[in-house]
Design a protein around this ligand. Structure first.
Ligand SMILES: [Zn+2]
Length: 220
């Protein structure tokens, strides 16, 4: 059984005609399909909203495959199935996730090192330890940090820099914003920074020596 991780190749592949390559009973009845277009929760990015033959499914993963769990009778190995994801949810997840990379590239040069993140809609954040920089003290300092990060981010959006991904010899996928930053990442990304709009830093918190930036972004 080998699943083809199509969501790594094309963020905008929203549906596919494919076939069942394995069926499981545990931890819940489910199927693995040859063309894996469904992104499973991981790396701060939530599950896609997906259907198999128009039936809603929950999503899980193990090291070998992404599993889709419909209600009711399962198709059998070899059966053709139509798998689809919600395009708007995928686009929003890809935008938030990609904006996370972009904002990170703006924050790191200010003397911080990333130690946590979420790209979940409504609660996306980046968390930093201090690495040579200074935690903003007071509202004015926070506002000027937000302005500095956003100014730089908007410059990079205007530069329309491509996101590219490569899987190395060890199977680790590395995602690069051209000319800017490379990170190990298994998520879905927009085509270029120009695909991002409405980037906002909604909150800055400093606590226990750490900096937390909450943010939003949308797909253009
Ligand atoms: Zn990523």
């Amino acid at each position: 059984m080998e699943q083809h991780r199509r969501y790594w190749e094309d963020t905008y592949l929203f549906e596919v005609e494919t076939e069942v390559i394995e069926v499981c009973e545990e931890p819940a009845p489910g199927i693995a399909v040859r063309d894996g277009i469904v992104h499973p929760k991981g790396g701060g990015q939530p599950d896609d909203v997906a259907t198999v033959d128009s039936r809603p499914v929950s999503v899980s993963k193990d090291p070998g495959a992404v599993w889709l769990h419909p209600e009711g009778t399962l198709p059998a190995v070899g059966d053709p199935v139509h798998v689809a994801i919600d395009p708007e949810v995928r686009r929003r997840h890809a935008a938030l996730h990609s904006a996370g990379h972009l904002l990170d590239a703006c924050v790191l040069p200010l003397g911080f090192v990333n130690v946590g993140l979420s790209h979940t809609p409504g609660q996306a954040f980046l968390l930093y330890d201090v690495d040579g920089g200074t935690l903003p003290d007071g509202e004015e300092a926070k506002a000027s940090l937000i302005a500095a990060v956003l100014d730089r981010a908007l410059e990079l959006v205007a530069a329309d820099l491509p996101y590219a991904a490569e899987v190395d010899a060890d199977g680790v996928r590395r995602v690069t914003i051209e000319g800017l930053q490379t990170d190990p990442c298994g998520g879905t990304h927009v085509r270029t920074t120009g695909d991002l709009t409405d980037i906002e830093i909604t909150r800055v918190r400093t606590k226990k020596g750490q900096l937390k930036l909450s943010y939003t972004a949308e797909h253009a």
